[in-house]
Design a binder for this molecule. Structure first.
Ligand SMILES: [Zn+2]
Length: 136
């Protein structure tokens, strides 16, 4: 009886530890949509790429503007993470082309959610207290 209790305790501890060392990121899709003006750059309506974890996935042989990508990159990692209800990042999903004369817009959508093991993503030890995390 005592051994069974001990095994259940260890299993519970392992599951708790496992849940404490994981986190979720959203998969994103970024696609070209029409704005109110014609495109100036070489964008093609519907061209897209996806973000999964730290990686970008482009459809082979379909180009994506380097300038547009440069403008989008700072927005992608925040949009992969859970966001505060009041954060503008949680509501503003259409981004304009950096060329002010170009009508292209880029729609950022969440298309999935993946769980990651902390140990697979960093070697930095988890601190006991962390002011960077949001309190519930
Ligand atoms: Zn453009």
């Amino acid at each position: 009886m005592c051994l069974l209790f001990h095994k259940v305790f260890i299993l519970h501890h392992q599951l708790f530890t496992m849940s404490q060392s994981t986190f979720h990121l959203y998969d994103l899709k970024i696609e070209v949509i029409n704005g109110e003006k014609p495109f100036v750059c070489s964008h093609q309506l519907g061209e897209a790429f996806e973000v999964r974890g730290e990686n970008l996935y482009f459809k082979s042989e379909i180009p994506f503007s380097l300038y547009a990508l440069a403008a989008l990159l700072p927005l992608l990692t925040p949009k992969q993470r859970p966001l505060n209800h009041n954060d503008w990042m949680a509501t503003d999903h259409i981004v304009a082309c950096p060329d002010p004369n170009c009508g292209a817009r880029f729609k950022i959508s969440r298309i999935g959610k993946r769980m990651y093991e902390r140990a697979a993503t960093t070697i930095v030890p988890l601190p006991e207290q962390n002011d960077w995390t949001e309190k519930e």
